[in-house]
Design a protein around this ligand. Structure first.
Ligand SMILES: Nc1ncnc2c1ncn2[C@@H]1O[C@H](COP(=O)(O)OP(=O)(O)OP(=O)(O)O)[C@@H](O)[C@H]1O
Ligand SMILES: [Mg+2]
Length: 152
């Protein structure tokens, strides 16, 4: 059997008396697209924030490509190829989709290759069926979740 790209096992996370994640298992193979669905407060963001290194689980294990990891920061997660695009409040409205995707990335060269990032965002979007125009900004959305309530 091939190895999971991501494997979370028995993840438990408490915030004070609130159990946000209770022994959750999640696994995904490379190239798979998953939707994590649940009611408000079900613990979706908490689980993904643990995977992205923002929170540490109280109990449980994470493996990337079959190797155990212990993320202590989002930087650790990024270094293992785990990135997170947060809901709108974590994005910068005046930046384009591609520019938002570069936030937090360490740029070894003096100039950011934004055209290259735009191509990469388009390529990844096409591959996963989530195509977006990487050159548009959040400030002028076209059919984004954020614009919907204003139109409704
Ligand atoms: N930083 C925090 N401090 C305290 N409690 C938190 C924190 N983050 C989440 N919680 C609590 O943990 C539970 C799970 O929250 P979480 O945000 O993970 O749910 P969610 O499934 O993402 O919900 P939503 O659909 O509203 O985004 C909720 O009861 C929430 O109030
Ligand atoms: Mg959430």
């Amino acid at each position: 059997m091939d190895t999971y790209a991501i494997e979370m096992t028995g993840i438990t996370k408490r915030f004070g008396g609130v159990v946000a994640n209770d022994a959750v298992d999640f696994a995904a193979r490379a190239g798979e697209v998953h939707a994590l669905v649940g009611e408000n407060g079900a613990g979706k963001s908490t689980l993904m924030s643990i995977l992205a290194g923002l929170y540490r689980p109280d109990v449980g294990r994470i493996a990337i490509g079959g190797r155990p990891v212990d993320f202590r920061s989002p930087r650790d997660a990024i270094n293992h190829g785990v990135g997170m695009v947060y809901q709108h409040f974590m994005l910068v409205d005046s930046l384009t989709v591609a520019e938002n995707a570069t936030l937090g990335q360490r740029n070894r060269r003096l100039r950011l290759d934004i055209a290259g990032v735009e191509r990469e965002v388009t390529r990844v979007g096409r591959r996963s069926g989530l195509e977006v125009d990487s050159t548009t900004t959040r400030a002028r959305p076209s059919g984004t979740a954020r614009s919907a309530p204003h139109r409704a």
